[in-house]
Write a protein that binds this ligand. Structure first.
Ligand code: NOJ
Length: 530
C-alpha cells in the first residue's frame, strides 16, 4: 500500500469501536470484534476506517477527553490487538486512521492533575491559566447547551483554566514547546505502530491570542505544518484530516500550499444537502460548491452526511437553521447546541427515496466520502440517551438477541421502535438485493469502477429546473451525467443539446437515451455514463 495519494479517492467509514462489535461478551465493542467484521467492510467497499478515540479516558466526552495518549483503554483490548487489527485490515487493503486530540486532554490526565496541584509542577504550563475569566473575551462557546464560559475556576490551582469544549477538557498550552514536542511524539507513536493517519480533532483552537477569536491563528497553522513536515519525512503515506468547522475560504488555509493537511471535512456542504432537500431547490448546494476554491492537487475534501456528533448547523443562517429544525428536528429533544442529534434515516423520516438521494449526492459530488457506521443500513437513534450518545448505539448485525452485537448486556440501551434491530439489521439487508445496504454497496462499487466519479472534475448542467441538481463528472472518454430531483414532485429536466446522446444507466446497467427532456420521479436520481 504505497500510493501516497490514496486518500484522494477513497471511501471512508467512521466507527465507534465501543458500539461496533463485542467479541468477549462484556457488552462493550472491542478491537477484536472490529477485526472480525473487516470482511463486512471490505465487501461494502470501504478503503479506510476512521476509529473514534480508544485511549484511556473517563469518558466525559466519549473518549475525546484523553487520560493517556500512549495506550488503549482495556475495554477495547490491548495494543497487541490493535496491531492485529491493523495487520488484518492492511491485508484486506483497508487503511485505519484514528482521532488525534491535540487541543485538550481530560482533566483526569496526570499532566492536569499535577498542573492543578502545584504551581511549580513541570506540567503547570501545559495548560492555559489565568487569575480572572476576562482574558480572550468574546470567544465563542462551542458546547453552549452546557458551558457558559471558556474559563473554569479550579479550586486546587486557585486559578481559572481555559477550555473550548467541556470544562472536563482543559486546553493544552501550545505556546509551551514541551507540549508541541509531546504531541509530535504522540503522532510518531501511533504511526510507528502502523496507523495510517489521523482525523485531527479540533485543530482550529490550538493557540490563543488576545484580541482575536482564537481560531485558526497563524501560530496554529505553523505548528500543524511542522507536524506535516515530520509526517512527510518519516511516514510519507500517512494523512492528516482536519476537523475544522469553517467556511471554505478559511478551510483552505488548512491545505495552504499542500503542505499542511491532506484532507479537510467540507463542513458547509453537509447542511446544504439537507437544506436543498427541504427547499426542493438545488441552489444552496450549487452556491457553496461555486464558493469553494480550488485546492492543491495533493489535497482532498472529505464529504459526509452524518457523523458521531450532532448534525451541526453553525454554517447556515438563522433563518435556514430554523427551517431545518422545523423540518428535521420537530421535537425539542432532537436539538443539541446548534444542531440536530439524530441519525440520517430518522432525520429523513425513513424515506428510502430521500436516503438514497442524499447518498447519490455523497457518492457523486467531488471529495472522498465518509460513511457513518450503521447509516448504510438506515439505523435509527435513541433519543432517550443524553448528549450525542443516541447516535452511537450498537451496530445492528442481525435479529438475534442484542442485534448480534454482544452476547452480554450492551453498554447502552439499544434503539427501539421502528428502527429496532428486528426491523433494521445487516443480515436481513444482505439477503435482499433491494435493501438500502445493497444500494449503498452498489453506489460505492460504481464510484470505484468509474474514475470520473472519484475525480474532482465537476461541471454544472443547466436543466431549467431549480429542483434538479445536474452535473457532469469527468470528461472525454469517461463522463457521467448525474441528475438528482430534490423535490417531492415529478420534475422535468431540460437536457442541453450537447448531452442529448445515448448513454448507459449505471444502476440498471442498460442503455439510456437522453432526449431533450428527462422526467424524474420525486426524490429520484440517475447516473448516466455518456
Ligand atoms: C469534535 C468531536 O467530533 C466531538 O465529538 C468532541 O466532543 C469535540 N471535538 C471535542 O473533542
Amino acid at each position: 500500500m504505497t500510493n501516497s495519494l490514496w486518500y484522494k479517492n477513497a471511501v471512508f467509514y467512521e466507527i465507534s469501536v465501543r458500539a461496533f462489535k463485542d467479541s468477549d461478551g462484556d457488552g462493550h465493542g472491542d478491537l477484536q470484534g472490529l477485526t472480525e467484521k473487516l470482511d463486512y467492510l471490505k465487501d461494502l467497499g470501504v478503503d479506510c476506517i476512521w476509529i473514534m478515540p480508544i485511549y484511556p479516558s473517563p469518558l466525559r466526552d466519549d473518549g475525546y477527553d484523553i487520560a493517556d495518549y500512549y495506550s488503549v483503554d482495556k475495554t477495547y483490548g490491548s495494543l497487541d490487538q490493535l496491531k492485529t487489527l491493523i495487520e488484518a485490515a492492511h491485508q484486506r487493503g483497508i487503511r485505519i486512521i484514528t482521532d488525534l486530540v491535540l487541543n485538550h486532554t481530560s482533566d483526569e490526565h496526570p499532566w492536569f492533575q499535577s498542573a492543578r496541584a502545584d504551581k511549580n509542577s513541570p506540567y503547570r504550563d501545559y495548560y492555559v491559566w489565568n487569575d480572572d475569566d476576562k482574558k480572550y473575551a468574546g470567544v465563542r462557546i462551542i458546547f453552549q447547551d452546557v458551558e457558559t464560559s471558556n474559563w473554569t475556576w479550579d479550586e486546587k490551582a486557585v486559578q481559572y483554566f481555559w477550555h473550548r469544549f467541556y470544562s472536563t477538557q482543559p486546553d493544552l498550552n501550545f505556546d509551551n514547546p514541551n507540549v508541541q514536542d509531546e504531541m509530535l511524539n504522540v503522532v510518531r507513536f501511533w504511526l510507528s505502530m502502523g496507523i495510517d493517519g489521523f482525523r485531527v480533532d479540533a485543530p482550529t483552537y490550538l493557540f490563543e491570542r488576545e484580541g482575536t477569536n482564537c481560531e485558526s491563528l497563524p501560530e496554529t497553522h505553523a505548528y500543524l505544518k511542522r507536524m506535516r513536515r515530520m509526517i512527510d519525512a518519516d511516514f510519507p503515506n500517512a494523512i492528516m484530516l482536519a476537523e475544522s468547522n469553517q467556511w471554505p475560504r478559511e478551510l483552505i488555509q488548512y491545505f495552504d500550499n499542500g503542505d499542511e493537511f491532506h484532507m479537510a471535512f467540507h463542513f458547509p456542504l453537509m447542511p446544504r444537502i439537507y437544506l436543498a432537500l427541504a427547499q426542493g431547490d438545488a441552489s444552496a448546494i450549487v452556491k457553496i460548491l461555486n464558493d469553494t476554491p480550488v485546492i492543491p492537487a495533493n489535497c482532498q475534501w472529505t464529504t459526509f452526511l452524518r457523523n458521531h456528533d450532532e448534525l451541526t448547523l453553525e454554517m447556515v443562517t438563522d433563518e435556514e437553521r430554523k427551517l431545518m429544525w422545523r423540518e428535521y428536528a420537530p421535537e425539542e429533544k432532537m436539538i443539541l447546541n446548534l444542531g440536530i442529534r439524530r441519525r440520517l434515516a430518522p432525520i429523513l423520516n425513513n424515506d428510502r427515496r430521500k436516503i438514497e438521494l442524499v447518498n447519490s449526492l455523497l457518492f457523486t459530488l467531488p471529495g472522498s466520502p465518509i460513511l457513518y457506521y450503521g447509516d448504510e443500513i438506515g439505523m435509527g437513534d435513541n433519543l432517550n440517551l443524553p448528549d450525542r450518545h443516541g447516535v452511537r448505539t450498537p451496530m445492528q448485525w442481525d435479529d438475534s438477541l442484542h442485534a448480534g452485537f454482544s452476547a452480554g448486556t450492551p453498554f447502552t440501551e439499544m434503539v427501539q421502535g421502528d428502527y429496532h434491530y428486528l426491523k433494521v439489521n445487516v443480515a436481513d439487508q444482505m439477503k435482499s438485493q433491494h435493501s438500502l445496504l445493497r444500494t449503498i454497496q452498489k453506489m460505492i462499487s460504481l464510484r470505484k469502477q468509474y474514475a470520473a466519479l472519484g475525480g474532482n472534475q465537476l461541471e454544472w448542467v443547466e436543466t431549467d429546473n431549480p429542483a434538479v441538481l445536474a452535473y457532469l463528472r469527468g470528461q472525454g472518454d469517461e463522463a457521467i451525467l448525474v441528475l438528482n430531483n430534490l423535490s417531492e414532485h415529478v420534475q422535468v429536466a431540460h437536457i442541453p443539446a450537447e448531452y442529448q446522446t445515448s448513454g448507459q444507466n449505471l444502476f440498471e446497467d442498460r442503455p439510456y437515451i437522453l432526449n431533450a427532456h428527462v422526467s424524474l420521479q420525486p426524490y429520484s436520481y440517475l447516473w448516466i455514463k455518456l
